[in-house]
Design a protein around this ligand. Structure first.
Ligand code: BGC
Length: 727
């Protein structure tokens, strides 16, 4: 594409940023990096731009100096710079190659659960917890911060991310990042950018108009970076408008470093670098695990040769090294080296449990069947609920202490192996809350399960769907005949409660026949306890969907995933020449449903409570600081609970409504609170690619206060003049 190739040519100039162009918060660390750089030889600088695989490749011994993880990097010794010990990932210390001696690490629930909390403080607490566990395990770089948007509810990695909206994603992921970085651990934000499918992920070209990309996927990254200040950005495997993300100057140099003034470094995803000069000139600063995973090393000797030949100016290498040192100093890695020690397992598990409790979304609760009475005779069915809770697969996998709660039959499965369950059994947690009243049936024999269902006051059926890195799901349905099981149970007993443990939305053909649906996502280390506490009312649910649930795949912008069908074969990633046309542009998720006048099964933002809330008195205010909305929230129900009133904006020139802000308000029954919510200005604007800035169009904006993205709520018309916002 001509547009992006121009940026490749011009990229170099912009890549040679000096610290004076950086945001104020970055000045101190940048000055330290500059001072250090002045004392370093080119060889010293080169030692910062190439990491090696830390885990022992293909059964080799773990290299000297490495802890045994995704990567490590040893700077030349005489500058006091720390070795970088780099580990996965966003839900906890996930590197299966490096187990703590005591095996105790905690996994947060899936990123979707954290996003469903709409609670930025919770996200920060979770990030702080996993950052601290990384530090206590000996790591100073955590590959967390997944921020790709849900453009397809079949994407195998959606569970690691934060849903379909850029503002929700930006704020949730940004706060997680801030939490990690507060523990003297550099974090990434990944996978930059448009890595919204796993199908053919190594080569797929995600094609989209640049302005639409700025208003959607890139806006999520932009807000997360502003909020969390990650030391690093990980460029993704896929191509974006033909060019590999790790050699895409429009993304790495123009957008990230020039427009957003990102002071840190860009690291490649494992196997995502394909060139030396091209990647270096486009803005890649560090090749990850370059000794083993890329087709050959590009930033080691090859980079030195390229500098020698003049293909890469040595100033570019200095800029790479300066950026890596900036991240080291900004997170305080030299002053606070990791100290291997036990984690506070009980306290950390409590953080994960709380995150899950806030993130469970109540989708249906006919006749207030929930919360369950402790005297009710409850039959629990399926989902290995007697053993544990499911987790998503791939590099984000955290190892459960004591191993998989549902042991594998086949131990020789190719990566990413088989589904892993954390030993936090919902059944056992329910028994503890209702002693003697809860029984279990595995759901494998339909006749036995339905016979038992006849005798119960209520049936809680656990339905699971495993998602994992490297492949997308071929459909949006529950696998393994679970729809048949649920339908049969609903025939046998009118009081069926479905608990979903999924990494994506699923279709619900049985929905009219069940009384309750809870989306528990992948619930994390203590998820069984969290689910039981919601079922029995120790916790009032307050989660809200971070993605729309479709009625059928026909409602999606692409009813089928383009390219090679992902039949869960790992090799499917490597098929070449695939492309996906994101013609929906920035109309992602609920914006798409609104724009195309379709009704999803459950809209973005939706979530019920055991209490009821009303909103009124909507006002909008425009000040020099921007637009904000104020309104009053009333708890009109009988229980304490948290409401999540949301503000959506429709632009004068149309398009789908856009989330501009929200509040999370906890209220005792019968009480009210008036809140003021600052609204994200870029949501009012369109990105002008020619001028390179955001432009708010003049005219009447509809500002809507609602409990989800579909309901009509309360509206106000807001007249604005045309304004320009600098990127
Ligand atoms: C994944 C990254 C991960 C890296 C290191 C890649 O395959 O895409 O998310 O951090 O591996 O394990």
């Amino acid at each position: 594409m001509r547009f992006q190739n121009e940026w490749l040519k011009r990229g170099l100039i912009a890549a040679l940023l000096t610290s004076t162009a950086l945001p104020a918060y970055a000045q101190d660390a940048a000055q330290r990096a500059d001072a250090q750089l002045a004392t370093m030889s080119l060889q010293d600088q080169m030692s910062l731009v190439f990491s090696r695989f830390g885990g022992g490749f293909g059964g080799d011994a773990i290299p000297a100096g490495a802890l045994g993880s995704a990567a490590f990097l040893q700077p030349t010794p005489h500058h006091g710079l720390p070795t970088l010990e780099i580990t996965d990932a966003g839900l906890g210390v996930g590197d299966p190659r490096h187990l703590r001696p005591d095996g105790l690490v905690v996994s947060l629930p899936s990123g979707l659960a954290t996003a469903s909390t709409w609670d930025v403080d919770m996200a920060r607490k979770g990030g702080t917890m996993i950052g601290n566990e990384a530090w206590r395990t000996g790591f100073n770089v955590l590959l967390a911060g997944g921020a790709d948007l849900t453009r397809d509810p079949r994407n195998g990695r959606n569970f690691e991310y934060a849903g379909e909206d850029p503002v929700l994603t930006g704020r949730i992921v940004g706060n997680t990042i801030a939490g990690v970085q507060s523990q003297h651990v550099i974090t990434t934000i990944k996978h930059f950018a448009m890595n919204d499918l796993e199908t053919s992920r190594m080569t797929m070209s995600a094609n989209i108009a640049p302005a639409a990309m700025r208003e959607s996927d890139l806006l999520g990254f932009e807000i997360a970076i502003e909020t969390g200040h990650p030391g690093s950005v990980m460029c993704s495997y896929n191509r974006v408008n033909d060019l590999y993300a790790c050699e895409n100057a429009y993304l790495l140099t123009k957008t990230l470093k020039q427009d957003w003034k990102f002071p840190g470094f860009v690291m490649s995803d494992w196997g995502a670098d394909h060139t030396t000069a091209r990647a270096a000139l486009a803005g890649l600063d560090q090749e990850s695990s370059g000794d083993t995973i890329d087709s050959r090393p590009f930033f080691g000797k090859a980079l030195a040769d390229a500098v020698q030949k003049g293909a890469v100016p040595k100033e570019r290498v200095s800029d790479m090294a300066r950026r890596v040192m900036y991240a080291i100093y900004d997170a305080g890695l030299s002053e606070h080296p990791p100290v291997i020690q036990p984690v506070d397992f009980a306290a950390d598990k409590a953080v994960a449990e709380r995150d899950e409790e806030e993130g469970i979304v109540l989708l249906k609760n006919t006749h207030d069947l929930l919360p369950l009475h402790p005297d009710a005779r409850v039959l629990v069915v399926g989902g290995h609920a007697d053993a544990g809770v499911l987790s998503g697969g791939g590099s984000s996998q955290v190892n459960p202490p004591g191993g998989n709660a549902v042991p594998l039959k086949d131990k020789n499965l190719p990566w990413p192996g088989a589904p892993v369950y954390f030993p936090s059994a919902p059944f056992k947690a329910m028994q503890a809350l209702a002693p003697g009243r809860v029984t279990y049936d595995p759901g494998t024999d339909l006749r036995k399960a339905t016979t038992a269902a006849h005798r119960a006051d209520a049936v809680v059926v656990f339905a699971t769907k495993w998602s994992f890195e490297s492949a997308d799901s071929p459909d949006v349905s529950l696998p393994d005949q679970q729809d048949v099981l649920i339908a049969a149970l609903a025939k046998a007993n009118p009081h069926v409660i479905v608990v979903l443990e999924t990494g994506n939305p699923v279709l619900m053909p049985w929905l009219p026949n069940v009384q309750v649906v809870l989306e528990a996502w992948y619930p994390g280390s203590d998820g069984g306890t969290a689910i039981a506490r919601v079922l029995y009312g120790a916790v009032t649910p307050s989660g809200h969907l971070p993605m729309s649930f479709p009625q059928s795949a026909a409602q999606l912008p692409r009813p089928e995933i383009p390219g090679v069908k992902a039949d869960t074969v790992f090799d499917v990633q490597f098929h070449t020449d695939q492309e996906v046309m994101y013609d929906e542009g920035s109309e992602v998720g609920y914006r798409w449903y609104d724009h195309t006048h379709q009704q999803p099964l459950f809209p973005f933002g939706f979530g019920l409570s055991y209490s009821q809330f009303q909103f009124d008195d909507l006002h909008t205010m425009t000040t020099a600081q921007g637009v904000s909305a104020s309104f009053t929230v009333h708890n009109t129900g009988k229980r304490e609970g948290a409401a999540v009133p949301q503000i959506y904006v429709t632009l004068p020139d149309g398009g789908g409504r856009r989330l501009a802000g929200w509040a999370r308000v906890t209220l005792a029954p019968g009480t009210s609170q008036t809140v003021t919510v600052p609204l994200e200005p870029r949501v009012f604007a369109r990105f002008d690619e020619t001028a390179g800035n955001w432009r708010i169009p003049a005219g009447d904006f509809v500002v809507r206060l609602a409990s989800d993205a579909q309901s009509s709520g309360l509206t106000q018309t807001l007249k604005l003049d045309s304004t320009t916002i600098k990127p």
